[in-house]
Ligand binder design. Structure first.
Ligand code: SF4
Ligand code: SF4
Length: 400
């Protein structure tokens, strides 16, 4: 009786991953990109929510959350990341699939010839996709077709494509075997309940020693010798063994995935996994709290040291300042600046301090002058308040 195969599931997951990676840069929510680090706007869009780089703590939380999720997945699923999800594996698998490479060590001339154009096309797509995570895809395409005006970008694209092509043609899985530190790192996160792929000790004596599992292994290892750091958990050996054993009476595969290492043990969360799970939940909660409760406006004031003070008709001076105002909301806003506190009666602001219009998710610099009217008792500190309509939207203290 035919036994179920892992390869179909792995290919489905990898296909889904490629589709998400290719299509997500085109997705938008509430008029914003769904997920993009927009370099030109210095804004990270997360689920359509813009997080400007000046809200660094939120951007940092996002990065930490992704790291925690990655560690949690490692503690739960072991090296499934390597064999199923890592881009190095996914694209190598895709090249093999499209080149008609059936075994791990196929060296047919036709396959090798097809491998080159397939690798080049995939490398080109990967390079273009990389740009799309940092700028709108339409703009990326237009800029890349306009070499005279975007030479650095076009050269970067060509170098990335060449790098990707050489990686797929020459480096392949030797990167996983010899250079990638993740395998060693992953063993440090192994938990009592981590998913493992192993040759099942309880059925060892039924092994036919046909070596089908060894021949199919892309990492050229023999899983019957026990856990090896080179194993990427791809599951090809499971399918190979099932292919052999299903022809035998009451045949079952001798290799399988298993949570933990003890036969028949029920799935349980180990200490490392629990700690990582709590850390992930904490970071996710902190991120939601930070995004929901964040200030919708940014306000900073700086002295323009290079500008000469302006001499006024009464002989007094007004000094030049600049206000940097950020509108983090989803709609255009109008702001004004005023003086509050003890110095309110002794200081006047000159220049554009009213009707400051700023578009959604935009920043703007506004120049103005501070004139101290009370020369007999100049204030030591002036508190400037950003107003949004009749509501305070931020404040900054300056020394005149
Ligand atoms: S031993 Fe099996 S799971 Fe590990 S890399 Fe080889 S084929 Fe993949
Ligand atoms: S494929 Fe299965 S039966 Fe054949 S050598 Fe590997 S473990 Fe043994």
């Amino acid at each position: 009786m035919p036994l179920p195969r892992i390869t179909h599931k792995r290919r489905f997951v990898q296909g889904l991953l490629i589709a998400v990676a290719l299509l997500l840069p085109f997705a938008s929510l509430s008029g914003n990109p769904f997920l993009r680090m927009d370099i030109a706007k210095m804004t990270l869009f997360l689920a359509g929510i813009p997080l400007r780089i000046d809200q660094f703590y939120l951007v940092l939380l996002v990065i930490l959350l992704f790291v925690a999720l990655f560690l949690l997945m490692t503690a739960l699923l072991g090296r499934v990341w390597c064999g199923w999800l890592c881009p190095q594996t996914v694209f190598n698998d895709l090249v093999e699939l499209l080149s008609g490479k059936t075994g791990a060590h196929t060296r047919h001339t036709v396959t090798r010839q097809v491998e080159h154009p397939v690798s080049l096309i995939i490398a080109t797509l990967i390079s273009f996709n990389l740009f799309c995570w940092f700028m709108p895809p339409q703009q990326a395409a237009a800029d890349l077709l306009d070499f005279p005006n975007h030479q650095i970008m076009c050269i970067t694209f060509l170098l990335l494509t060449l790098f990707g092509y050489l990686n797929l043609i020459l480096v392949k899985r030797s990167f996983c075997r010899s250079y990638c530190p993740y395998g060693r790192f992953q063993t440090a996160l192994m938990d009592a309940g981590t998913l493992n792929l192993s040759f099942l000790e309880e059925t060892r004596d039924r092994c036919l020693r046909c070596s089908a599992c060894v021949r199919t292994c892309p990492m050229a290892i023999d899983i019957r010798e026990g856990f090896q750091i080179e194993c990427i958990g791809c599951g090809r050996c499971i399918d190979a063994c099932r292919g052999v054993m299903e022809k035998k009476p009451a045949g079952t595969g001798l290799i399988d995935y298993r949570f933990g290492t003890i036969q028949g043990a029920r799935f349980r969360l180990g200490n490392t996994t629990i700690v990582l799970l709590l850390m992930t939940l904490l970071l996710a909660g902190g991120l939601v709290w930070g995004v929901v409760g964040r200030n919708q406006n940014a306000f900073a004031v700086q002295r323009i040291a290079t500008a000469e003070p302006r001499l006024l008709p009464d002989g007094s001076q007004a000094k030049a300042w600049r206000a940097i105002i950020g509108n983090r909301s989803e709609a255009d806003q109008v702001y004004s600046i005023r003086v509050v506190g003890e110095a309110a009666g002794d200081v006047e602001l000159l220049g554009q301090i009213r009707d400051i219009r700023i578009g959604a998710n935009q920043h703007r610099e506004v120049g103005f002058m501070i004139h101290v009217t009370n020369k007999s008792r100049p204030p030591e500190k002036i508190v400037l308040q950003l107003m949004h309509g009749d509501r305070p939207a931020g404040s900054a203290s300056v020394s005149p």
